[in-house]
Design a protein. Structure first.
Length: 181
C-alpha cells in the first residue's frame, strides 16, 4: 500500500513540476515524440510540423516558419561562434510531458520565435546524447541551457516556462552575452 501511494505521489509530482531524470516508466511510451527531423532538400515535408509540434527542418536545419533547430550540439556551437550568436539548447526526452508542452505552447508563440532568431537553437535528446546532458549537468526535463557564442553556459531554465516567462529568460541570456557573461 505504501509503495502504491508513493508511486502515485511521484507521478503527480512529475506531472506538476517536470520530468526528473530517471523517472521514465518501464516500456515504450504511448507516442514517442521526436526532435525536429532533418529531411532531404526539396522534400515536401520541409517546414511541416513534426510529432512534437515543432516544425521539421530541411537538410540544412532550417524551417519555413517557426524556430530553426539543429539536433547536433557541436554543430550549433560551431555555428554560434561563426555567427557570433548565443546558443539556446533544449534538453528533452521523448517521454517528458512538460517537454511536449514547451513545444506546443511556448515554441509556437510568435514573440518567442522572433527572439529565438537571435540564437542558434539546438534540440538535444538527453537520452541519445547523454554526454552532452552530463556535461551541462542536466538532471530534469525540459532543461534549457543558454551558451555564449564561445560555448560557455550563461543561463538556464529548469522545467517548463510559459511564453511570457520564457521570453524574459531568453532576454536575460541575451543581456548576459552583451555584458560579457
Amino acid at each position: 500500500m505504501r509503495t502504491t501511494m508513493l508511486m502515485f505521489t511521484l507521478a503527480i509530482a512529475a506531472s506538476l513540476w517536470g520530468c526528473p531524470k530517471g523517472s521514465q516508466p518501464d516500456g515504450p511510451s504511448d507516442t514517442p515524440p521526436s526532435p525536429a527531423k532533418v529531411t532531404a532538400p526539396g522534400s515536401s515535408t520541409a517546414g511541416a510540423t513534426g510529432q512534437r509540434g515543432v516544425p521539421e527542418a530541411d537538410a540544412a536545419g532550417s524551417v519555413a516558419e517557426g524556430i530553426q533547430w539543429v539536433s547536433d550540439l557541436d554543430q550549433a556551437v560551431r555555428s554560434a561562434a561563426a555567427e557570433k550568436k548565443p546558443v539556446m539548447v533544449d534538453f528533452y526526452t521523448d517521454w517528458c510531458s512538460w517537454c511536449k508542452k514547451l513545444d506546443s505552447d511556448t515554441y509556437t508563440d510568435t514573440e518567442v520565435q522572433k527572439l529565438a532568431a537571435r540564437f542558434v537553437n539546438a534540440k538535444v535528446d538527453a537520452e541519445a546524447d547523454r554526454a552532452a546532458a552530463e556535461k551541462y549537468q542536466v538532471d530534469g526535463f525540459p532543461t534549457i541551457v543558454f551558451l555564449s557564442p564561445d560555448g560557455e553556459e550563461i543561463h538556464r531554465i529548469g522545467g517548463y516556462a510559459p511564453p511570457e516567462k520564457f521570453l524574459k529568460e531568453m532576454q536575460t541570456a541575451l543581456d548576459k552575452v552583451k555584458q560579457g557573461s
